[in-house]
Design a protein around this ligand. Structure first.
Ligand code: NAD
Length: 251
């Protein structure tokens, strides 16, 4: 089977719902044992239930990606229960309705900038730092970060700190890739497009009309891209930012 992840341990952050849950389900379906992280551990437990009911192997691990000590303790719990992390998917971030109040930068409160940078950039750095050395020692590892078109192009919808966090993560991942390429560890970013946003269906529907394929993304669309990038078959793909967006952002 192509993209067979049997024997691998995957950690997916922010996987208690939406995109992260879809990624966790797909990686488990490819045979990985999946550590499902979420700051709201009850959400992670829901995803674990879905995976185990479908015959997969998973555990819930609650930690806050913005706190390095909390991340390191969580990664140690995963190693004790499933084994060292082979695959990290940095998905935790601001998704839509939660934690995002779109505001033009010139009207923004400086106190509102740190949150998006913390979760979308520091979160990626904290989790990557906590898993990278065992990957290098093993001579095999995969890191995928879920960024956004907003980290690559400017949008006139009031999300500049979010764009800064995602753009920072894209730059960080390129360095992670080059520093660890000889050790068999790849690092790639998926700049994803609009997923259905909980809360305001009318906004989602209006934006969906502008997507060339005519629909917003599904969590599994992102999961399938992760299955490829985290497989043995993708060993020559590293340092890339791949747009998965129905054709809506071209650079
Ligand atoms: N929804 C979209 O349209 C869209 C578009 C482009 C990029 N993205 C990116 O995709 C990723 C997933 O988006 P989503 O729509 O599924 O988001 P979501 O808000 O629906 O889910 C994110 C999950 O992450 C968890 N989380 C938040 N902060 C955390 C932290 N500090 N530590 C651990 N867990 C934390 C939340 O509890 C939540 O369960 C995010 O990185 C987001 O920025 C989303």
């Amino acid at each position: 089977m192509l993209f067979d992840l049997s024997g691998k341990v995957a950690l997916v952050t922010g996987a208690g719902q939406n995109v992260g849950a879809g990624i966790a389900r797909v990686l488990a379906g490819q045979g990985a044992a999946v550590a499902v992280n979420d700051i709201r551990v009850e959400r992670a437990e829901d995803t674990v239930r879905e995976i185990t009911e479908a015959g997969g192997r998973a555990m819930a691990v609650g930690f806050d990606v913005t706190d390095y000590d909390d991340v390191a303790a969580g990664v140690a719990r995963v190693a004790a229960e499933l084994g060292p992390v082979d695959i990290l998917v940095n998905n935790a971030g601001n998704g839509g309705a939660e934690g995002m109040k779109p505001t033009k930068f010139r009207e923004s409160d400086p106190a509102s900038w740190r949150g998006p940078i913390d979760v979308n950039l520091y979160g990626v750095m904290n989790c990557s730092r906590a898993v990278i050395n065992p990957m290098v020692e093993k001579g095999w590892g995969r890191v995928v970060t879920i960024a956004s078109g907003a980290g690559v192009v400017g949008l006139n919808i009031g999300v500049s700190p979010y764009g800064g966090g995602k753009g920072g993560a894209i730059g960080f991942m390129r360095h992670l890739a080059v520093e660890n390429a000889r050790a068999g560890v790849t690092a790639n970013t998926l700049a994803i497009g609009l997923m259905p946003i909980t809360g305001d269906r009318s906004v989602t529907e209006a934006l969906a009309k502008q997507i060339p394929t005519g629909r917003t993304g599904l969590p599994e669309d992102i999961g399938y891209a992760c299955a490829y990038l985290t497989s043995n078959e993708a060993e020559w793909v590293t340092g890339q930012t791949i747009h998965v967006n129905g054709g809506s952002v071209t650079t």
